[in-house]
Design a protein around this ligand. Structure first.
Ligand code: C2E
Ligand code: CA
Ligand code: CA
Length: 605
């Protein structure tokens, strides 16, 4: 075979010591212009080969190596002189294998087959090969006219790593490195396939942290993020390897796991609750939070993951509603109540738009003078099909969907407008939800309402619950301060049903305590209930706070309230909540001051 000069030289230049004559020294006695041009061309070609960032080798029609550059040796980490011109491709592959270039297990046949396939397919697509040291080469094969082929080799390790990184980021949550919601919802979790007959139960857990918002708002987002990462770590440790854990957003997580039984799932969920309840040591000190879990299980395959997520979320809502740190398993009844709720929700929106609400009023009676001193506004909803729906049913829903803000404004406006027609000594008490108090503009809304209706601030009493006061938000504190400064009074509603620690009295000096009607109901039989009534009455006297007991239904209860020294009463004995027209008639008749005069006969109540 004749060896063209440039072939030999290229090999020699890049694999020094192979014994081919060098082209750098111009051959003697061939000083023709043709060979000069050839010589020049070879030099250029050589420079190009030597400076390529890619490795290159060329095999001729007999599959023998005819060109191979220095970069090729470098890429494979081959010592100089390992390859020589004329070697067959099989021999070259052997050298590569012998030098440990490819990971253990790669065979000569595989390499040969790879090349042949790439050439046969002529896809023009590079073939990726992983080297023993973990680097990845992208190899492009191209056949030449007249037989043989050229292959180029490129190190794409960095590119591949950043691609892998990007792919990872696209599938994971940046903060916790758990799966992200989208990936989780794809339900394409390797753990669930193939099905594991020993663990037939697939469980989807929906988790929501308790108190996280408080911690985040109080200590700042940096600590919040730190806490979320720590939570993710505890979740990882709390599940079997192979379970899928995702951060679904904010402080919500989800876990997909396999288990031997439903009981095992429950035990694991409880263990997670316990794990998250342990204090977290953060850069800002120890922090305590909790987690509530809703879960749904299926046997066999995963099935429809979206449905599982919905069910688990619904169970989670029930868990949340029954307090912190609870685990609830989905129950079909939950769907039914959710359906009813959704119906209620849309009806509520409709009701507000169509003015389907009205206010009833219930008298507040001062025991000292036996006279009506105020009216509590209680909202009523006249539902086209369901009839009168109790506020105890729809107020919580309105609160949850945020509708309470506009409904509350409507109640306030209506109540103030009605009360502006009543005698000056009659106050109006309006129930206000904590969500309303959290609105930055709430105090302003109240002031505007008073101005528009002409009701004096001193005639408005706002009833709030303990939860509103315990909510330590800035906006609530500002609203209460502004309203109090304007002379509006505050009553603590449903006293005794919540935390019942009066420590907040110092922070938000309230004007009235309304003892929940359950205490009046029990007062005659329960010493505890009576003791609470007595204690509150005493506290009222010493702090100068008005005390009222709700739910007075009998003359005996009225006597008891009087005997215990409470300032006011409210209840069916005096009057049920009634529409405005009836209440106004009652006020006109109230010239006679004895509460007995306002009494309904208990039988009619
Ligand atoms: P609440 O503020 O404790 O209102 C007193 C509730 O006790 C009223 O129920 C009233 O009808 C009932 N009640 C009054 N006297 C007696 C009695 O002698 N015996 C018995 N068994 N019950 C009596 P209602 O009107 O069904 O209201 C339930 C709850 O709905 C209210 O409890 C209040 O928390 C909420 N609510 C009502 N109207 C509004 C409103 O406009 N805004 C807000 N945020 N909540 C409201
Ligand atoms: Ca009330
Ligand atoms: Ca109450």
């Amino acid at each position: 075979m004749t060896v063209p000069l440039w072939k030999a030289d290229a090999l020699q230049a890049l694999a020094p010591g192979t014994g081919f004559p060098g082209a750098q020294s111009r051959p003697h006695g061939t000083a023709s212009s043709v060979s000069d041009r050839l010589f020049e061309q070879v030099r250029r070609f050589e420079a190009a080969l030597a400076n390529m960032s890619q490795g290159l080798c060329m095999f001729d029609a007999e599959e023998q190596l005819v060109v191979c550059n220095h970069r090729y040796h470098e890429l494979f980490g081959l010592p100089a002189g390992s390859l020589s011109f004329g070697m067959t491709q099989t021999e070259v592959c052997r050298v590569l294998l012998r030098n440990g270039c490819y990971p253990a297990g790669v065979t000569l046949d595989q390499l040969r087959l790879g090349t042949l396939t790439a050439l046969g397919g002529e896809t023009g697509q590079p073939v990726l090969r992983e080297l023993a040291d973990g680097r990845v080469l992208s190899i492009l094969y191209r056949s030449m006219d007249g037989g043989g082929w050229v292959s180029t080799f490129e190190d794409v390790t960095a590119q591949r790593r950043s691609e892998a990184r990007i792919a990872h980021l696209a599938r994971h949550d940046g903060l916790t490195d758990l799966l992200n919601s989208r990936t989780f919802r794809e339900g394409d979790h390797a753990l669930l396939r193939p099905a594991d007959p020993k663990r037939p139960v697939v469980a989807l857990l929906s988790l929501d942290l308790d108190r996280f918002k408080f911690v985040n708002d109080t200590y700042g987002h940096a600590l919040g993020d730190e806490l979320l990462r720590a939570v993710a770590e505890r979740l990882r440790m709390g599940v079997r390897p192979g379970s899928a854990i995702a951060r679904m957003g904010g402080d919500e997580f989800a876990i997909l796991m396999r288990a031997r039984s439903e009981a095992e799932v429950m035990a694991r969920a409880q263990a997670l609750v316990a794990a998250i309840a342990r204090p977290f040591e953060t850069s800002g000190g120890f922090v305590e939070i909790g987690v509530s879990i809703g879960l749904e299980t299926v046997r066999g395959g995963l099935g429809d993951i979206e449905r599982l997520i919905l069910d688990a979320d619904l169970a989670l809502r029930h868990a949340k509603a029954s307090g912190r740190g609870q685990v609830r398993v989905f129950d079909p009844a939950m769907s039914e109540s959710a359906r009813l709720r959704r119906a209620l929700e849309s009806d509520l929106h409709e009701a507000l738009a169509t003015d389907a609400f009205e206010l009833h009023y219930q008298p507040l009676v001062e025991l000292a003078g036996d006279r009506i001193v105020g009216m509590e506004a209680l909202v009523r909803w006249n539902h086209p099909e369901r009839g009168l729906v109790s506020p105890a049913t729809f107020i919580p829903v309105a609160e949850e969907i945020g509708l309470i803000v506009s409904l509350g404004e409507w109640v306030l406006r209506r109540a103030c407008a009605d009360a502006s027609h009543w005698p000056d000594e009659i106050a109006v008490a309006v129930n206000v939800s904590s969500m309303q108090l959290q609105q930055a503009g709430f105090a302003q809304t109240v002031f505007e309402t008073l101005a528009q209706t002409g009701l004096a601030a001193a005639r408005l009493e706002i009833e709030i619950t303990e939860s509103a006061i315990l909510d330590e938000s800035e906006a609530t504190a500002r609203n209460i301060a502004a309203l109090k400064a304007a002379g509006i009074r505050f009553a603590m509603d449903d006293f005794g049903t919540g935390y019942s620690s009066l420590s907040y009295l110092r922070r938000f000096p309230i004007d009235k305590i309304k003892i929940d009607r359950s205490f009046m109901k029990d007062a005659e039989t329960s010493a505890d209930a009576l003791a609470i009534i007595r204690a509150v009455a005493g506290l009222g006297v010493s702090l100068g706070i008005t005390t009222l007991v709700e739910g007075v239904e009998t003359a005996e209860q009225l006597d008891l309230a009087r005997a215990e020294g409470l300032s006011q009463v409210q209840g069916y004995l005096i009057s049920r909540p009634k529409p405005r027209a009836e209440i106004e008639g009652m006020l006109r008749a109230a010239a006679a001051p004895s509460p007995a005069a306002h009494r309904e006969t208990p039988a009619g109540a």
